[in-house]
Write a protein that binds this ligand. Structure first.
Ligand code: ADE
Ligand code: ZN
Length: 340
């Protein structure tokens, strides 16, 4: 039984100041309304008169999400979008981030892959130079597009292989199981990419999709994936193989019945490497710190357990062992500083 408790001021400050890793954020999902206006003006893209969006599930969210991308046209737009996110993330104590991008959402409307990846990559290089942050790009395939389109996108990505750490799978899960992309993910693995995929919360066949992701595809991580609790065998498998789950409480609270806080607590306490992330921050009401504070307000998680969530994030991140250990040492030093 979980007793919700608002975090006291000191705990909130502890959470806000913690060195963090974020592993589940969609760059296109970081588009703030004010940026959308700015990009629309400079690219002369007309916006609908009255476009206040209401969404209550994944499908209705995506229906307002993709049209907003029409304002992203030039390399500068992609640069500015990623650079703004990296600036905000740095201010929240994020020291390492792995960011999704959706090339097909742009190539399908005539924007070249090279424009998208060059803008994003330049922002990564600039932010790494200017801020105390490291950042990597994960290419996501749109699961409601064909497997052939995903395979073509994978082939196109290979010219930029050194700028991309892994591949993922996002968009509308209904009727688009992991198995549809088995050959694409096998080829991606052979090319040296690390593998993750969305198993969004409370989808039709969620647990079968999670099983396919783990047993048939052999993913390294799962994005969301809290429905894994429906099958204790898969929970044990994820725990034993160290397969990370990247959960997003504020996003889950909008597209499903709740923020999945009890599930996150249960999985953390079962020893699964679960983490907290922001998904699409302006769409769901908060960046990483706000997601952690929302979890603090709705669970009895202790400070040690918030530290465990961040340890998990560094441990399942796709960085070198040396960098990972440096991040973990910095986290330990932060905790020790508070204990003094
Ligand atoms: N694209 C952006 N956010 C997403 C999410 N939470 N699930 C699936 N696709 C997405
Ligand atoms: Zn997501």
């Amino acid at each position: 039984m979980i007793t919700p408790t608002e975090p006291d001021e000191a705990t909130a400050a502890f959470i806000a100041g913690m060195p963090k890793a974020e592993l589940h954020v969609h760059l296109e999902g970081t588009l703030e309304p004010v940026q959308r206006l700015e990009f629309a003006q400079r690219n002369a893209v007309a916006l609908p008169e009255n476009d206040v969006a209401v969404y209550t599930d994944l499908t209705s969210f995506l229906a307002s999400y993709y049209p907003n991308m029409a304002v992203l046209q030039t390399e500068r737009d992609f640069f500015d979008l990623a650079y703004a996110y990296l600036t905000k993330a740095t201010a929240q104590g994020v020291r390492h981030t792995e960011m999704f991008f959706d090339p097909q959402a742009h190539t399908s409307r005539g924007i070249p892959f090279s424009t998208v990846i060059t803008g994003y990559h330049d922002a990564v290089v600039r932010a790494e130079f200017e801020f105390d942050i490291s950042a990597q790009l994960i290419l996501c395939f749109l699961r409601d597009h064909s497997a052939e389109s995903a395979m073509d996108t994978l082939a196109e990505s290979l010219s930029y292989r050194h700028w991309i750490v892994g591949v993922g799978l996002d968009s509308d899960e209904r009727g688009n199981p992991p198995s549809k992309f088995a050959a694409v993910f096998a080829r991606a693995r052979a090319e040296g990419y690390l593998l993750t995929m969305h198993c969004d919360v409370d989808q039709p066949n969620s647990i079968e999709h999670i099983r396919q992701a783990i047993e048939d595809i052999g993913v390294d991580r799962i994005d969301h994936g809290t429905n894994i609790l429906e099958d204790p065998r898969l929970v044990a498998l994820a725990r034993d193989r160290g397969i990370g789950l990247t959960s997003c409480p504020l996003s889950n609270a909008v597209v499903s019945d709740g923020g999945k806080a009890p599930e996150i607590v249960e999985l953390l306490r079962a020893g699964v490497k679960i983490t907290v992330n922001s998904d699409d921050p302006p769409y769901f009401g908060g960046y990483l710190t706000e997601n952690l504070l929302a979890l603090a307000a709705t669970t009895d998680l202790t400070r040690d357990e918030f530290v465990r969530l961040q340890r998990n994030a560094f441990e399942i991140s796709w960085i070198s062992a040396v960098d990972r250990d440096a991040h973990l040492a910095r986290l330990d030093a932060y905790v020790a500083g508070w204990a003094r």
